[in-house]
Design a binder for this molecule. Structure first.
Ligand code: CP
Ligand code: NVA
Length: 322
């Protein structure tokens, strides 16, 4: 166990069967998952087999596009000795109107876990309610928790710690990444600043909950319209696309609204000299981030992408071997 991510074994409860949002997990549970990810990554890098999920099958429902989530979950299951089935909503009966509850009940008779990427977060909650097997959120309009577990792993690897660091998120504060980053970072004691234009601030309820958590873990949350204020002294700068999947009709409006929130060399001068840059990808160079930054020395985006695999294997091992 790394000194920087010590947890209390007695506080590991993992009450639910699912992985839907990071606020459902305690600080100790998140630190435990990060340690599991580090151990699984070491096994994989050493070429040692680790078939903890031998014979287990993950069904993966996709209602939105994906490169990283699809491939990393599929490869992760394979490396754990199991198998994954890709289920495009265009091909399964869910896309023709079969109910979420019937889909959950039927899939639970075949597979050992379900990963779903969809629009409404309520749909994932409904799926989890009716499934008897674990459900993993592979992104909704509101949350992207598997991505943020990978982000925390990446920060830990590059900075050697999490608690006490300042994470600054610039751009669309009202999207899945902003919400999950806020939830995840305060759980592990990181100060969070989010700068977004008016009208694109994070969801009120998610923010309220995160503020309560921050009080317990001894860190702070700043939400502002001022990107410079947010970036000051940051250890980690993060951004995401300005137009998320499903918002394509708003693209031109968003391009105008977000202009001054671009992560570029000028803005990054306000961060610490050794800041790291994260982006969940896919990225749009010269929109939310300049090529100079995302392809420059501070960027760790490909380590971050790789860590999807290791972080998700920790989630899969925990939930599917229960
Ligand atoms: N970051 C991420 O979730 O990537 P994909 O959309 O390619 O899965
Ligand atoms: N906010 C982005 C994340 C993509 C992984 C989206 O939802 O499109």
């Amino acid at each position: 166990m790394l000194e920087a991510i010590k947890w209390n074994e007695n506080k590991l409860q993992f009450k639910g069967k699912d992985f839907l949002q990071l606020s459902d997990f305690s600080t100790d549970e998140i630190l435990y998952l990060l340690n599991e990810a580090i151990e699984l990554k070491a096994l994989q890098k050493a070429g040692k087999p680790h078939p903890f999920l031998s014979g287990k099958v993950l069904g993966m429902i996709f209602e939105k596009s994906s490169t990283r989530t699809r491939v990393s979950f599929e490869v992760g299951m394979l490396q754990l000795g199991g198998h994954a089935i890709f289920l495009s909503s265009k091909d399964i009966q869910l896309g023709r109107g079969e109910s979420i509850s019937d889909t959950a009940k039927v899939l639970s008779r075949y597979v050992d876990g379900i990963m779903i990427r969809t629009f409404s977060h309520d749909s994932v909650e409904e799926l989890a309610e009716h499934a008897t097997v674990p459900v993993i959120n592979g992104l909704t309009d509101l949350h992207h928790p598997a991505q943020v577990l990978a982000d925390l792993l990446t920060i830990l690897e590059h900075k050697g710690k999490l608690a006490g660091l300042k994470l600054c998120y610039l751009g669309d504060g009202n999207n899945n990444m902003a919400h999950s980053l806020m939830e995840g970072a305060v759980k592990v004691g990181m100060d969070v600043s989010i700068a977004s234009p008016p009208g694109y601030l994070p969801d009120g309820k998610i923010t309220e909950k995160a503020i309560k958590t921050a009080k317990q873990t001894g860190c702070t949350i700043m939400i502002t319209n001022d990107p410079i204020e947010a970036a000051k002294n940051a250890d980690v700068i993060v951004t995401d696309v300005w137009t998320s999947m499903g918002q394509e009709e708003e693209t031109s409006m968003r391009l105008q609204a977000f202009g001054e929130f671009q992560v570029n060399a000028e803005l990054c001068k306000y961060a610490k000299d050794d800041f790291i840059f994260l982006h969940c990808l896919p990225a749009h160079r010269e929109e939310e981030v300049t090529g100079e930054i995302i392809d420059g020395p501070h960027s760790v985006v490909f380590d971050e992408a790789e860590n999807r695999l290791h972080a998700q294997k920790a989630i899969l091992k925990l939930l599917l071997s229960k």
